[in-house]
Write a protein of this length. Sequence first.
Lengths: 259, 259
Amino acid sequence: MTSVITPAEFRKKIASGEFNAPTAGYCDGFVQANMLVLPGEYAGHFEEFARANAAPVPVLETVRGGYRTSVLADGANLLNELPSYDIFENGERVARVADMEKYYTEDMVFFLIGCSFSFEARMVQEGIPLRHMARKINVAMYDTSLPLTPVDIFHGNMVVSMRPIRRDLVAKACVVTSHFPRTHGMPVQVGYPEMIGIKDIARPDYGDPVEIKADEIPVFWACGVTPQNVLRNIKIPFAITHSPGYMFVSDRRDSEYYE
Amino acid sequence: MTSVITPAEFRKKIASGEFNAPTAGYCDGFVQANMLVLPGEYAGHFEEFARANAAPVPVLETVRGGYRTSVLADGANLLNELPSYDIFENGERVARVADMEKYYTEDMVFFLIGCSFSFEARMVQEGIPLRHMARKINVAMYDTSLPLTPVDIFHGNMVVSMRPIRRDLVAKACVVTSHFPRTHGMPVQVGYPEMIGIKDIARPDYGDPVEIKADEIPVFWACGVTPQNVLRNIKIPFAITHSPGYMFVSDRRDSEYYE
């Protein structure tokens, strides 16, 4: 890998099996997206559910009647241009595969969903240090008591990511991230985990724990793990997602999602 | 006064002496501005000082070589269309007058400076309650240890206003106010008065004390009292300001300053 590789070249290496690892740190400055694939019968209600819960479930592109993107990249093949896929049956992961070609059926609908990677780069640029990035660990994520707006079978509570923010930078962190409304936007809570049902900040439900120093407070953002979590909880018969961390790397720049 | 009076009609009543009271609550939705009038010899450095400290000193219009506005209103007379003026000599207020005609000299420069009234209306619209407005008291203001960027003789520390914000609305308060960069913008501090040199939150240096409830935290914004305070501290021989609360009511809508 060189630092000048384009997202299209990177996706080619993924499709050929040459690259098979988490995508964080590759193609910096380009939007990476979560993916959910649903059988057609669930897609309409999920779309409505996403619209009603746009902060945790920001759909950037929907692909139906095929498997090629047109918004996030020109004709990327969603069946093999992600490095790893998780196959779910009745809410349980039954396989992890390098391509999903043999699972594809024409009625499937692909949802590409925004991810906070997009605003993290901007936060760091604006002088807001992010410990999980500096330490190269996963962001800490928590189940909350914040209810999602239910639509048909889709329901549940929001998952949030937490970043310790220096006390003098809290307002700036809120404002910078608010400019990315399509990749989770501004925080859902500042400083008070107990108000959103988080009992032990030292034990995240997903990702890695991270130290909160004396001059910092925990700040919480809606998290793209939310829809995956909903899918697992409602146990629909069949669904496919990217494997956590193995994202779809798009041709769109983060800055295009800055509003 | 009727509720449909225009700012131009309101200013006429002021000029004729028919209205002579604080302007808060009149011509809702229109920008109200602080005013500073300086002898020409100080104006250049003050202008530079304001640019270097745009959060506490956001100049919306500068008028020189005359006393009529062109940006905030079409030809308003700054000598008598504010309800009350304070005359300063060597940093001391020596008179409070209803018009400043007899003090006017052609070399004077008028600075009209943004005020947080503009974002407060929007905060309330967005569902963020503001106790000082509900109780019809003045906002609480404090001297801080936050140094201003000095230019020539102009120097000092920032004055801030404080509003208690419900813990679940803190991020929103930061974001809403950030959209008004020309009327102080986002908070300078969230939740930790001691970090900006405020020792006793219950005793504001200006304005009225306000209760902070258990589910709220104090949030601090740069305040338009800053330049007046600087003027008093550096004791220049002569200056004029509006009397606190007796603002210039402009023809510009608050929404024109939402970016």
